[in-house]
Design a protein around this ligand. Structure first.
Ligand code: 3PG
Length: 209
């Protein structure tokens, strides 16, 4: 699948699955299961040794999904994720050097924000799409709903504590393009290769669009 343009990351899917894998094989399995359920984007978090290999394997073996890297926390990780074949990058927060390293990759990216000052930093750098993390713990729907009056150009992918039941409340907000979450890919389903369960969870999430 072709790379998303810099302005389209929030429009790829109502839900970006945030995924933690233990092996490249697990990554390929979960990516195929998500596609079967109608979700065509996957964010592999750089929280495990296997993440970069999983990104490489998915980019090579699952052409129907857009694969990106999440939990990008350092400039070096941004570069590694791009070299592994990521089509986009997501960070849980931002520093000036992380922001410029993600921009240097040439890939679309979502820098993480949780405060108005951080949103202003991202806007000042010339970007309007960002992650809002940790969404529930940072004020959730009420907080995001109060932002357009002061930062009307900012658009968000809230992530952190969101589940199927609460996702619609976020998706109703005009400044929310999509939500992210791990609920589609439970660790026990990945560990046992229960791909039917992942496909069913993906289908429920895809129907939110
Ligand atoms: C993330 O990295 O965005 C979070 O781990 C997702 O949070 P969740 O596990 O509560 O969905």
């Amino acid at each position: 699948m072709s790379e998303p343009s810099a302005t389209s990351l929030l429009s790829l899917s109502p839900v970006i699955p945030v995924v933690v894998v233990d092996s490249a094989e697990q990554g390929v399995g979960v990516a195929r299961a998500l596609v079967a359920g109608g979700i065509k984007v996957i964010e592999l978090t750089l929280r495990t040794e296997a993440a970069l290999d999983a990104i490489r394997a998915i980019a090579a073996e699952v052409p129907d999904i857009v694969v990106g890297a999440g939990t990008v926390t350092t400039p070096a990780r941004a570069k590694q994720a791009a070299e592994a074949g990521s089509s986009f990058l997501v960070s849980p927060g931002l520093t000036p050097s992380l922001l410029s390293a993600m921009a240097d990759t040439g890939l679309p990216f979502l820098p993480g924000t949780a405060t108005v000052s951080e949103v202003l930093s991202v806007l000042e750098a010339g970007y309007t799409e960002m992650k809002f993390f940790p969404a529930e713990a940072s004020g959730g729907v009420g907080y995001l709903g109060s932002l357009p009056t002061v930062v009307p150009d900012a658009r968000f992918c809230p992530t952190g504590g969101i589940r199927l039941a609460t996702a619609p409340d976020y998706l109703k907000l005009a400044n929310v393009g999509c939500v992210g979450g791990t609920w589609l890919t439970p660790a026990d389903a990945l560990a046992t290769g229960d791909w039917d369960r992942v496909t069913a969870l993906a289908a429920e999430a895809a129907a939110l669009g």
